[in-house]
Design a binder for this molecule. Structure first.
Ligand code: SF4
Length: 332
């Protein structure tokens, strides 16, 4: 039976300054089982990274605020934990891989010491120095880097190898949940495919759950079991990966994402990228957030927030499917 490891319910996050309030994440809910990968897909500014940082409670201290909702991890609401308890969870039970390995790594520390740092911090079972060294070597080998390179510095590695080091650091403590924020965006396509294949393999061997944040539907197809499409801080479509890719109908924004993928098999279909820009998050439109860009926008879309349509496989928040709406069917 599948074991639910993460359950996010009605999460709302803002960034507040003296001058304005940015509504970054609005009413998002999803769950994730052990061993599964959820892809969160959407354009820059959709709220994907903010949602991930909220799970780890790593929002900017002065401006970021979770205003509503819960983040249950292994049955415990992380939003109720003290900062000292959260420090024991970050890196040990939940790890995050950031987009740019150059900023994620310390340039003046050997990669071995950077992997050891997390193992030493979370050394609750009092491993000896030798055991930690062994684990450092295993972690490097796990991501395809010879253990002998543990004394090298980040600048001595290529971009793809540096991202492997970042993944080794994230996996060193065998986390139960891995959050990967655009982990291959900075890499060229060949290396990207290798790194994604390696992450898939490691995840299935370690049986951890993974959230893959990406703007690329190709990455979703390669790595994910479920997909949440985000737009202007909201999840606007959600379902199993095959159902989203095979579905007869989508949210118009998801249609736009599919229309933005180059077709390498022939010329029968032209690229149809989504026109316009994401709405101002300090002043979201009334009704549907996608209405200013939506080619199928109706009068009601500018007045009422969209209801959800659920067909038992995927969920869409859109007025187009209003007359077909059913219950959520437990998908979210
Ligand atoms: Fe377009 Fe209306 Fe659906 Fe929004 S609710 S995506 S504006 S059709």
């Amino acid at each position: 039976m599948s074991e639910e490891i993460l359950k996010i319910k009605d999460l709302n996050v803002i960034y507040k300054t003296d001058l304005e309030t940015v509504y970054a994440v609005n009413k998002i809910s999803f769950s994730l089982n052990r061993g599964e990968t959820l892809g969160i897909v959407g354009e820059t500014g959709a709220g994907k990274t903010t949602a991930a940082l909220s799970i780890l409670r790593l929002l900017p201290e002065r401006t970021g605020k979770i205003t509503k909702g819960s983040v249950e991890f292994c049955g415990e609401n992380l939003l109720n934990l003290s900062e000292s308890k959260m420090r024991l969870i970050r890196g040990k039970k939940i790890s995050m891989i950031f987009q740019d390995p150059m900023t994620a790594l310390n340039p003046i520390m050997t990669v071995g010491n950077q992997i050891a740092e997390s193992l030493i911090f979370h050394n609750s079972d009092n491993k000896s120095r030798e055991e930690i060294e062994k684990r450092v070597e295993e972690s490097l080998e796990m991501v395809g880097i010879p253990a002998s390179r543990k004394k090298d510095y980040p600048h001595q590695f290529s971009g793809g190898m540096r991202q492997r080091v970042v993944i080794a650091i994230a996996l060193a403590c065998s986390p139960e949940l891995l959050i990967a924020d655009e982990p291959t965006t900075a890499l060229d396509v060949t290396i990207q495919a290798q790194v994604l294949a390696m992450m898939n393999d490691l995840q299935s061997r370690m049986k951890s759950a993974m959230i893959m944040i990406t703007h690329d539907l190709g990455v979703v197809a390669q790595t994910c079991d479920n997909v949440a499409v985000m737009y202007a801080g909201e999840i606007i479509e959600y379902g199993k990966m095959e159902d989203i890719f095979d579905a007869e109908f989508h949210h118009p924004y998801t249609d736009g994402l599919f229309g933005s993928i180059p077709n390498l098999t022939g010329n029968e279909k032209r690229l149809s990228p989504i026109e316009g820009l994401m709405p101002d998050p300090t002043n979201l439109p009334k009704g549907c957030n996608f209405s200013p860009r939506c080619p199928k926008c109706m009068d009601i879309c500018k007045k009422e927030p969209p209801p959800f349509h659920a067909d038992g496989k995927h969920i869409i928040f859109c007025h187009l499917y209003n007359n077909k709406s059913q219950t959520a069917g437990g998908v979210l």
